[in-house]
Design a protein around this ligand. Structure first.
Ligand SMILES: [Zn+2]
Ligand SMILES: [Zn+2]
Length: 252
């Protein structure tokens, strides 16, 4: 059975996120009735309910990093998916800094509810039920431990990052779907987020079968993500899709 990706939220940056111009909440991958939730930002708990997704079917949560727009609802979802600790079915893969240490975002008492708790590190591989997750690369992202991910060998997730040449070596070529957190249109000095300019380089070199751009700042909203996606498609030959809240994408 083919998997599908559900984009709960597509906001990036303070203005779009906290004025709710777009939703946050990350994305889910569904396979054979099992859900993997990546980066459950603020609102994920509510948006899942609105979409009629049963929390109990969430088997795995993965955090790319601990920033609030990627993790705010992780605790609500751990509680909801285990029905307040009644069931043990969910696992969590995340950077160590999100789970232990002074900046942790996962409530310590909820860790007991997890079947598996594993720390991501560059090159590490993790499996649980239907899911295989590889931490491909540690990104440069404002000093916070952040990873780019490969899910089931078919979805590459380029989470928040400043562009680096080594991305071209560590991300796989010709992957089925590449999801790029393309926060800005133009590169900004001193801000560790990808721009459309960076996405162009990645897509040209890595040639995924399809790509989705998401995690939009106000600049991207003003540029119109649809137009930016068209521009990227034209320049790279890769089908680039602009994410919208609640968009569902079937993997071909
Ligand atoms: Zn971040
Ligand atoms: Zn972010």
């Amino acid at each position: 059975m083919k998997s599908k990706v559900i984009f709960l939220g597509t906001a990036g940056g303070r203005v779009v996120t906290f004025n709710l111009i777009r939703r946050s909440g990350g994305f889910l991958v569904e396979k054979e009735g099992s859900y993997l939730h990546v980066d459950p930002g603020p609102g994920a708990f509510v948006y899942l309910r609105q979409l009629g997704i049963n929390y109990r079917l969430i088997d795995l949560i993965v955090l790319s990093h601990l920033h609030l727009d990627h993790s705010a609802d992780v605790n609500s979802l751990l509680e909801a998916s285990t029905n307040g600790g009644k069931f043990r079915n969910v696992s969590l893969f995340a950077p160590r800094s999100a789970i232990v240490g002074p900046d942790r975002v996962v409530y310590p008492y909820l860790r007991k509810r997890l079947v598996k708790e594993e720390f991501l590190s560059e090159g590490s591989e993790h499996t649980y039920k239907h899911w295989k997750v590889k931490a491909l690369i540690r990104h440069r992202h404002h000093g916070v431990e952040t990873y780019g991910l490969l899910i089931n060998d078919e979805i590459a997730y380029v989470s928040c990052a400043g562009f680096e040449e080594r991305m071209l070596e560590l991300y796989p070529r010709n992957v089925k779907l590449m999801i790029l957190n393309t926060t800005f249109y133009s590169r900004r000095k001193g801000i560790d987020h990808l721009s459309a300019q960076d996405a162009l380089i990645l897509l040209k070199e890595l040639k995924p079968k399809r790509a989705v751009i998401t995690h939009f700042s106000m600049e991207m909203i003003q540029k119109n993500p649809k137009r930016v996606a068209e521009e990227l498609s034209r320049k790279t030959g890769v089908e680039v899709i602009p994410a919208s809240d609640n968009m569902i994408l079937e993997l071909k």
